[in-house]
Ligand binder design. Sequence first.
Ligand SMILES: [Zn+2]
Length: 838
Amino acid sequence: MDRKRKMEILAPAGGFEALMAGVENGADAVYLGGGLFNARQFAANFSDEELKKAIFYCHGKGVKVYVTVNTLIFNHELNEVTDYLYFLYTSGVDAVIIQDAGLLLLIKEVLPGLAVHASTQMTIHNQYGANFLWNRGVERVVLARELSISDISTIHNKSKIELEIFVHGALCISYSGQCLFSSMIGGRSGNRGKCAQPCRLPYKLVETKDSKIVNEFSAPGEFILSTRDLNTIEILPELIESGATSFKFEGRMKRPEYVATVIRIYRAALDRYYSNSDHYFVSQEDLNALEQVFNRDFTQAYLKGDPKADLMSFTKPNNRGLFLGRVVDFENGQALVKLEEDLSIGDGIQAWVSIGGRKGETINSISQNGQRVEMASKGSVVGLDLPKGIRKGDRLFKTYDHQLMEKAEKTYAYETKISKVQLNLTVKGQVGKPLEVYAQDEKGNSVHASSEIACQEAIKHSLTENVLIKQLGRLGDSEYELGTLSLELQGQIMLPLSELNKVRRIIVDKLEKHKGESISGLSHQEFLKNKKVFLNKAQSTQKRRKKHRLKLNVKVGDYASCVEALSQNVNAIYIPLFPLKNKQFTVKQAKTSIISGKNKGIKVIPYLPRIVHSDKINDIIKALDYIRQAAPEGILVGNLGLIQLIQEIAPEIPIYGDYFLNVLNWAAAKLLLREKIVSLCLSPELNFTQLERFPNEILEMSECLVHGYLPLMVSRYCPVAALGGGCDRSSQDNLACNRQLGLKDRKDYVFPIEMDYHCSMHLYNANVLSLIDSLQRFKDFGIGGIRLEMEQEDERQVLKVLGYYRDALENETLDRMDLIKKLYPGGVTKGHYFRGVE
Ligand SMILES: [Zn+2]
């Protein structure tokens, strides 16, 4: 890749104003969502017409448009999403951004020329993940936001794919695409663009055994899952040199003024770098403006190493603005404030009061030395009318800067003119025949349309040149404008205006279709043919089995549990090669377990960590080298990168796909089957109806989760380390995190957390999933197996639960739910199987 090529600035566009704000302030590309399948379901988004207008506007200015189609897709939506992708393709989008692996298969088979970018929701965080996608035709990947600059460089050096990285805006505490928090607690799936942001709510760190608050390292605030916002303006040169291709700005839910300000400042910073890279600097004014437009406090995340507590916004989960000053006294009912920043009439402020939270106010009057003034400068003492309850010493923050917003708004207030394509029309008409319109654009494309009804003899208003110019020239938001008009009318004829409008619309539609076909190189007929061939793959080649036995599979977390499970009649046991910090399982024990499983006819399948950064790849390779001596019947993985890794270094080992691969539709399953995956765990976000829509041959080789504490998120953050609890995250022998902790929410539910081998946090649901009284449903739709997920449980619990499920499988009339409830007093959930997600 050409390292000298200039970095792309990629602006968010939640609506048309924000789009103009980005473009007019120097973006090279914008990303936006249409009405469908887009992960920002709460932004304004773009209708089909607006989207075409946006593309026309952006392309007229040399700006690229990427459209997010980045939700996971259910089987029944594949038809609609195919049409939508075709629409996007023929509208001229420069790329689509996807999360669902099924869409990758779909696009390659139905719309092969359409450029694909992989969303950060695909959780790509090492070179193997990047290469998996590159080898399958993806042009660009949006990397996970947990990477360091050196991780990014490694990926750049070892992969040809373009790298897009987030440089400014909100972060998620979970690796994106690995979060079921909102989904599991409220049915609003983050994977479907409906995240309710439970991570922005208050929690307390507690011991799981007694729910007592852990005092020795208490957080300075209650928002212990709420991240600060990313701000990298000061380290832009290093990011440019990391090998990334595109700088992405978060913010499709933010106001246009925000987009204008942030893009303007980064554009200027980037231009400064390119004009003199040795003397890069950022002014205080720019730093202040970035803070002013929106911040939850700023962080550089993991780019320069572990941020520990500097990742987190413990005291406040939303915008805090710029520190304005403290209340120093009261005089004549007004608060006297010593200003640390300029203040103007119209600004918005928020007071952080010592008792009672925060109070907001718009500034309507400022007095200085007994005079009313419009604005006051930093350093002066002013009198302000503030809400009651504010005391001496309370802090004020400026949350809205009227002048900055006005300045931002001016940059995009007027839609600048973009030259349109000239359309030359020839109109032929005579009484008794339809009106014929021939259109030719300046590129030589020509189309024709005729009216539905015939022209009549004019009694009063005959068609004149003026009427035709007015009606046919109304080309509005389209990219065309009327060029010449030549008339070949015989006699005085008339036609209703509505007919003329219809003809005009047909002309524009035909031209757009023409253009779309030439962009995609695909006629509408060919598209329909491709689509039919593709969707036909959903047809089962095999009959649905009803009377089969469900395979019983179990995931355990430690060696003792594996030993117990080996004494039971199970099909497969998943064992960790890298156990959680609380658990014991050496690679030697793993090897022994595989061999002993073989003697008993039980598949013992090692599983790999969900997240493996580039600097940990060697650990994985070493473990695989050791374990392959026992010739395991499979390795369970939950990330595309690990599929690539196994194919490269241990191709003889069959691959099992875990549910972290987010398989929600048959197309995603088919894509993975091509990778020689022999077994798939389907997403726990599917309900029974959606599961039934999978082809039988996929169901037969798949399993569903029916039991266990589901992981709600995996985060690179270690709360113990962040709160000064003695974890240095460097050594596996450091036992500071080796304790059973949980997060207690406002309703007193405790969500257990476990730290993995490099101290990333896994947060589990407060309730245990159990479908022990509904196993027949699973049999009925033909799934091959069921999985008990018991990574956290000890060997006694594993043995009991296995026994209950085996009983329930062998004798449908046995009710074992009561026993499960006794074993898990925290409560039992049925997950999404009966309801599904939004
Ligand atoms: Zn730790």
